[in-house]
Design a protein around this ligand. Sequence first.
Ligand code: SIN
Ligand code: MN
Length: 265
Amino acid sequence: MRLNDQQMAAFESDGYVFLPGLFDAEEVGALMGEVPGILSQQRQEVVREKNSAPRTAFAAHLWNEAFGLLARHPRLIGPAMQMLGGPVYMHQFKINAKVAFDGDVWQWHQDYGTWAEDDLMPEPKAMNLAVYLDDVTEFNGPLMLIPGSHRHGKIEAGHDTATTSYPLWTIDNATIDQLVARGGIVAPKGKAGSALFFSSLLVHGSAPNMSPWNRTAVYISANRVDNAIRRFKRPEWIAHRDFTPITPLDDDCLRTYARRKVRAA
Ligand code: SIN
Ligand code: MN
């Protein structure tokens, strides 16, 4: 799949593009059917909130077939190659649970801040391809973005190891104030199956989920293969070291998987 000129222009100017309904109910159902089993596993890749609810399942594409298909899906990898201008590999893969009542905050940050500081990623030639697996509303902690903030380059950040269970390089309030004065805040809401593609320089975050609705979303962080990380400080399952270019699968891969599962049931 390729983005049209208008979508590419939005990505360049705003730092993100939102695609409602990129995946259909059958595809979302196949992925969601796997999520409870993934989040209930006791393994290092499943990071828990301070209150012990699941926060993030890393690298599930390597240990779950359905998410392995999503990680090579042409509706994600095609646009990623187009937006980044070359072949990409998987830098990070995570399913963020943001569970009802217990899902904690993601402080304001740029992903490139963490990828540069911790992983020595040379340049911001990387991005996120997020897919909503639950409906995202104003209530369940939607991802908030500051449009245009990617145009400021890498912004100074501090290493916050205390606020949540997961350390993050975060941006101070005074800087957020200035960025929001220029760009405002948007929170793209939509049905499960919608996708949000955004630059690794775009400033974003999300509030805790105090609603009774989960907000499961999967984030594929694609990096250009000629921009591979230089430092292997973080565990392999957080910052991958396999720089093999991803070859997209067929557009039907998840539907075929879903039908096979139904037949086998
Ligand atoms: C992230 O910034 O990586 C995740 C934020 C969220 O899922 O709300
Ligand atoms: Mn992020």
